[in-house]
Design a protein around this ligand. Structure first.
Ligand code: SF4
Length: 244
């Protein structure tokens, strides 16, 4: 398939058409198509190495363990997440993990005490997540996310393909539910994130993640009581700040 066929140039209608065209594919087949054909050499998986991350990482590793995997280390993560990342990287043989870090100068100027999450979580996510990811994604035309529709009401209508400026965002697991995730994890004997057993079905930064109660959305423990539901990575076009 030619390059121009799948470069969407920010056209959401084209993204929707692409989603409809490939809707019948299962996630592994869609990933293979994207990695080997649609965006070969121009695509990365962005993974938090969180609760369900092993599923997508396993699918990608089975296609090509050298696929670039971007890990945004906000430097506010749970130590369990860092250990889990190391475990999965070794277990799956991932050979091209790129760690996106916040700019040290920006942190020194704006968050020297590492407490910005308390006073201005949006700005904290900007400088610790969105800006480092935007700077790293600059090298790619497409990226893969692990978002799923069942995770929250905000994600209930998540499409398979999205546009983000000139870049394409693919959500192969959009239609997966908790049962299918569990089945996949059991079938492939994938290790769980150690915090899942402690009622953390969605795991972000340590100061901004709490356990969830029965009946709550999977992401109810993220920024609990702060009126914030997403970090900004998925709320429009990522812009690398001038200070990166
Ligand atoms: S999740 Fe919290 S600590 Fe992490 S970048 Fe966002 S506001 Fe900062």
């Amino acid at each position: 398939m030619a390059h121009h066929d799948v470069t969407l140039f920010g056209d959401p209608v084209a993204a929707s058409r692409l989603g409809a065209r490939f809707a019948a594919l299962d996630p592994a087949a869609l990933l293979r198509l994207a990695i080997e054909h649609l965006y070969a050499g121009r695509i990365a998986l962005v993974s938090s190495f969180g609760a369900d991350s092993a599923v997508l990482l396993h699918m990608v590793a089975a296609i090509d363990p050298a696929t670039p995997v971007i890990f945004v280390d906000t430097q506010q993560l749970f130590p369990e997440t860092l250990a889990y990342r190391d475990e999965l990287v070794a277990r799956l043989g991932l050979s091209h993990v790129i760690t996106a870090l916040p700019d040290a100068g920006v942190l020194a100027a704006e968050d020297p005490e590492a407490f910005l999450w308390s006073s201005d979580p949006d700005r904290c996510c900007d400088i610790r997540k969105s800006a480092p990811l935007a700077a790293t994604l600059h090298h790619f035309d497409a990226w893969i996310t692990g978002r799923k529709r069942f995770q929250s009401s905000v994600r209930a209508s998540l499409p398979l393909f999205e546009t983000e400026g000139d870049r394409v965002k693919i959500n192969p697991l959009a239609g997966f539910d908790a049962t299918r995730l569990l089945d996949y994890i059991r079938t492939h004997d994938l290790p769980p994130h150690p915090l899942v057993a402690k009622n953390y079905p969605s795991i972000g930064c340590l100061p901004c993640t709490s356990p969830v109660r029965p009946g709550e959305d999977q992401r109810a423990g993220r920024w609990r009581g702060r009126g914030k539901v997403e970090c900004g990575i998925h709320l429009g076009t990522l812009q690398a700040g001038a200070d990166i």
